[in-house]
Design a protein around this ligand. Structure first.
Ligand code: UD1
Ligand code: UDP
Length: 360
């Protein structure tokens, strides 16, 4: 069986690592990786292949940054050609980026079966490009691999139910379990940034709804600055956010701004943080994997079970004081224990299901 996997953005490289490792020990399977080039800086792409031992992509489409339509359209045409060359049994995509939608749509139109990993997530905010990407991808998928029961229920309400919907847990948890020890052993990031275990706030910001709204970006930067008056705040900054903050002339003050970091350094920073303040989907979950309280800088989250379990608090980032107060009030506040994202074998389950044919 041949799987053609389309990836292109930072979180997809990390998610792809789980399946790539299982494919490597499954002789009856081959995986052909296609990198769309949506993320291309070395610290947004290459570093993850090196650290996570992901094979080099067989195809690098080199699409790069563009408007949504132009980027997705270019990917669609290029992926179509790869599908025609490779004739895979399955095309597999992760999450909700433009690379996800382009891969799924190209395959569906060529009648190649689509497997969607991290299916069923919903923010119920159609202004988010990710919400459109995930709804459309779910609706053209032949196998839906779902991380939580909540996501299964979302799909059911849209008429997607049956034996092709599989609750398998979260592949990011597989990767976290594999890499957590290595990060503690190998990463020197706490020393390099002069941070003490449990004595700093880690933040990431990249969502369009925050970076493209001047008032929100200003509130986030000023809120983090307020926190940094009493506790170090470290901010590995996504290139989109750096560009927008520079254009707006924002000053990060005492916030320790660093370029995006590799995965081992990132999870070491997460493990050691007193609190994580983020608008990232993946980072919200990783905060929970390492049992660090999280404040999510958004109006809503797809990962509602984290809020219900007391690990995550939402704050609409429109006011710096409220943001800083929310972060301060959540310091040291643990949530309930539990296992919200499966048992760390999601990738194995996905491959077994694809091979077993339990799909539409
Ligand atoms: C994309 C995804 C988002 C995901 C995020 C993960 C879409 C619509 N959005 O958002 O769902 O959470 O990736 O990080 O697919 N840039 C660089 N170097 C790079 C990559 C990007 O400088 O290697 C800059 C460019 O100015 C680019 C901007 O970042 O225009 C945004 O990149 P893009 O991939 O369009 O969106 P992300 O915000 O990264
Ligand atoms: N990440 C990383 N370095 C960074 C920021 C994030 O390795 O500087 C990792 C993070 O640990 C998580 C993933 O990237 O595994 C999340 O990706 P991102 O926040 O870009 O996207 P999202 O999850 O919101 O789609």
């Amino acid at each position: 069986m041949k799987i053609l996997t389309v990836i292109g953005a930072r979180p997809q490289f990390i998610k792809a690592a789980a399946l790539a490792h299982e494919v490597a020990i499954t002789h009856s399977l081959s995986e052909v990786l296609v990198h769309t080039g949506q993320h291309y800086d070395a610290n947004m792409s290459d570093v993850f292949f090196e650290e996570l031992g992901i094979p080099a992509p067989a195809y690098h489409l080199g699409i790069g940054s563009a408007s949504h339509g132009a980027q997705t359209g270019e990917m669609l045409g290029a992926i179509e050609q790869v599908i025609q060359t490779e004739q895979p049994d399955w095309l597999l995509v992760y999450g909700d980026t433009n690379s996800t939608l382009a891969g799924a749509l190209a395959a569906a139109k060529l009648h190649v079966r689509v497997a969607h990993v991290e299916a069923g997530l919903r923010s119920f905010n159609k202004r988010m490009p990710e919400e459109l990407n995930r709804i459309l991808t779910d609706h053209v998928s032949d196998a839906l691999f779902v991380p939580t029961q909540t996501a299964v229920d979302h799909l059911g309400r849209e008429g997607i139910a049956g034996p092709h919907v599989h609750l398998v847990g979260d592949v990011m948890y597989d990767v976290a379990l594999n890499m957590a020890g290595r990060a503690r052993e190998r990463s020197q990031i706490l020393q390099d940034l002069n941070l003490s275990e449990g004595q700093y706030v880690l933040s990431t910001v990249h969502r369009a709804e925050n970076t493209n709204e001047p008032q929100r970006l200003k509130a986030i930067v000023e809120g983090l600055q307020q926190v940094a008056q009493t506790l170090p705040v470290v901010l590995p900054l996504h290139p989109r956010t750096r560009r927008m903050a520079t254009e707006q002339g924002l000053n990060f003050g005492a916030v320790q701004v660093v370029p995006p970091v590799g995965y081992l350094d990132m999870i070491r920073l997460e493990q050691g943080a007193a609190l994580i303040a983020t608008d990232s989907g993946g980072v919200q979950k990783e905060a929970y994997f390492y049992r660090v309280p999280c404040v999510t800088l958004r109006d809503e989250t797809e990962w509602t079970e984290l809020v219900a379990a007391g690990w995550n608090t939402l704050v609409t980032p429109t006011d710096a004081n409220t943001l800083a107060q929310t972060i301060r009030s959540r310091l040291g506040q643990a949530g309930q224990d539990g296992q919200l994202y499966g048992t760390g074998d999601a990738a194995r389950k996905i491959l077994d299901i694809l091979q077993g044919g339990l799909c539409r």
